[in-house]
Design a protein. Structure first.
Length: 315
């Protein structure tokens, strides 16, 4: 293969900003996963997996279940020497608290983390063209309309979150949880299996609060109506930015026929990129945790009641 041209390198570096954004999450989309509209204090928990068997089986004594939702309207991410502004993020999961053990997280069917697809500025022409490499120049020649040129990227969950630490969420300087993600790049020439990261080798984000968030708690009825004597509690942790500087970014794979375009994607900011060269910031994050106020009084029906109350709030 001939050396990569100077113009190709410039084009790839020019698009690194757009690709870098996608390691974090863009604006959340209701179309990305099954989401409900909920009333009252249930509003943040649109995708809580209340009907998952692991949630329904919780009795209120050995296992206690809750819903968690975390949202940030904006942020930034840095890979290598490139730093860009990002859009909103939406993370939701079910929490199973085990008596005497660490909690486990249950991801919704559509994935714990969702994001809108984002267009790569310049599309494939900006990513690879022009080029004096025959296989690339032939692709460039065939790009005759916006459909063939358009490259979209979508952040997808690459597994359920792990390591949830509520105390870390209420303080600062400690990882709150681990979130495995991958980035799906889509274009007719890239094929349907072009990813940065994978289920086997994901990008793992471990956000922590920069400062301690503001703490609040509300009681409400099962259907979400505020009530100081309600059966439900909602804890809120708001107003703190979150960051992570520990994650590594693996190289792209599956791009083009037999992965022949992987190298073109990897050239951008020097993928793979080792831990310590990357960072993410989520501005003004809001995290909510909801569950029954006294789960021990409803044994063995904690999970079943949480599901019933969640459904009663659907609008």
């Amino acid at each position: 293969m001939r050396p990569v041209s100077t113009r190709l390198r410039a084009g790839l570096l020019a698009t690194c900003t757009a690709l870098t954004v996608l390691v974090t999450v863009g604006p959340a989309s209701a179309d990305s996963a099954a989401a409900a509209q909920l009333g009252g204090n249930w509003a943040p928990f649109t995708r809580c997996p209340v009907d998952d068997p692991a949630m329904l089986a919780a009795d209120g004594r050995a296992e206690i279940v809750q819903c968690i939702a975390s949202h940030a309207a904006s942020g930034s991410i840095k890979l290598g020497s490139t730093e860009v502004v990002t859009g909103a993020s939406d993370l939701q999961a079910g929490v199973v608290q085990h008596t005497g053990g660490a909690p486990t997280l249950v991801a919704p069917a559509g994935g714990a983390l969702i994001a809108d697809s984002a267009d790569i500025p310049g599309g494939l022409l900006g990513l690879m063209c022009p080029s004096d490499i025959p296989v690339i120049s032939e692709i460039c020649r065939q790009i005759t309309n916006s459909t063939l040129n358009r490259v979209t990227a979508t952040v997808e969950s690459a597994g359920a979150p792990t390591g949830f630490d509520l105390t870390a969420g209420a303080t600062s300087g400690r990882p709150i949880l681990s979130i495995p993600v991958r980035i799906h790049l889509q274009n007719p020439f890239l094929g349907g299996s072009c990813y940065i990261g994978s289920a086997a080798h994901p990008i793992v984000l471990r956000p922590q609060n920069v400062t301690a968030p503001a703490f609040g708690i509300k009681r409400f009825d099962g259907n979400g109506t505020p009530n100081t004597s309600g059966v439900m509690n909602r804890l809120s942790l708001t107003g703190a930015s979150q960051t992570d500087t520990t994650f590594a970014v693996p190289g792209a794979s599956g791009c083009g026929l037999a992965g022949m375009l992987d190298w073109a994607v990897n050239l951008k900011t020097g993928l793979p990129s080792a831990a310590g060269n990357n960072s993410v910031v989520l501005d003004n994050a809001s995290t909510y945790l909801a569950g029954l106020n006294a789960p021990g009084t409803v044994v063995p029906n904690n999970g079943k009641l949480l599901s019933q109350y969640w459904h009663s709030a659907v609008q």
